[in-house]
Design a protein around this ligand. Structure first.
Ligand code: SF4
Length: 214
């Protein structure tokens, strides 16, 4: 096992033991989700390593113990298949995480999951920072508004999807959330933005590596 893989395994043990949001009364039960399918690897592109940041796990992800394991994940991986990255290769070579690592619960108004609160985001931020330190990604894919807000605050989806941004020495590539609840994708102009973003992602990722580790 590489040094990076050992460091990541230790970090995952720490994250999985975290109950900060439960202790703070933000969520009923903390059950963190981390990506165990990832094997630290260098891409066939200048990006080096890549990381994807989503919003938060849902109930399906919590039960499966893996990020993007539900319907939104199916839609996301269908996008990636369009650019030659099948789910297994993507999970293995791109580290998938989220702004917060625990299912926040359902929205009181119905219509899906509650977005993590500012308190949950603040409590979970140190884990995200440690994930960034451990993976050292040259490319960060941001999925959905909450993740995009971390790097491109106050920017609309229309303004950022289909572009790549340089932030802190890294390339940052925003994508809309693939959830069916997002109506943003219904507009033809936004489908064109998504197509452009996926083309850029293909350029940034290159072809899936065979078995490179780092
Ligand atoms: S969301 Fe993050 S900070 Fe909160 S309990 Fe889960 S792992 Fe800990």
């Amino acid at each position: 096992m590489s040094q990076r893989a050992e460091k990541l395994a230790a970090l995952h043990r720490d994250i999985l033991a975290c109950r900060a949001c439960q202790q703070a009364g933000c969520i009923e039960t903390a059950q963190p989700v981390v990506s165990l399918a990832y094997s630290p690897s260098k891409l066939r592109s200048a990006a080096g390593r890549a990381m994807l940041i989503g919003q938060a796990p849902g109930q399906v992800e919590q039960a499966a113990g893996a990020p993007f394991a539900g319907r939104a994940g199916c839609a996301l991986f269908r996008w990636f298949e369009r650019i030659g990255w099948h789910e297994a290769a993507f999970r293995r070579h791109v580290y998938i995480t989220s702004v917060t690592k625990c299912f926040p619960g359902k929205a009181l108004t119905g219509g899906g999951d509650r977005p993590p609160s500012p308190a949950e985001i603040r409590l979970c931020r140190p884990w995200l920072e440690r994930q960034l330190e451990t993976i050292e990604p040259g490319l960060i894919v941001l999925v959905g508004r909450l993740a995009i807000e971390l790097y491109l605050p106050g920017r609309s989806l229309d303004a950022v999807v289909g572009e790549v941004f340089a932030r802190d020495g890294r390339q940052v590539l925003p994508l809309p959330h693939p959830s069916g609840a997002s109506r943003w994708l219904n507009a033809p102009a936004n489908q064109t933005r998504l197509d452009r973003a996926l083309d850029l992602l293909r350029e940034q990722l290159g072809a899936p590596p065979e078995d490179a580790t780092a």
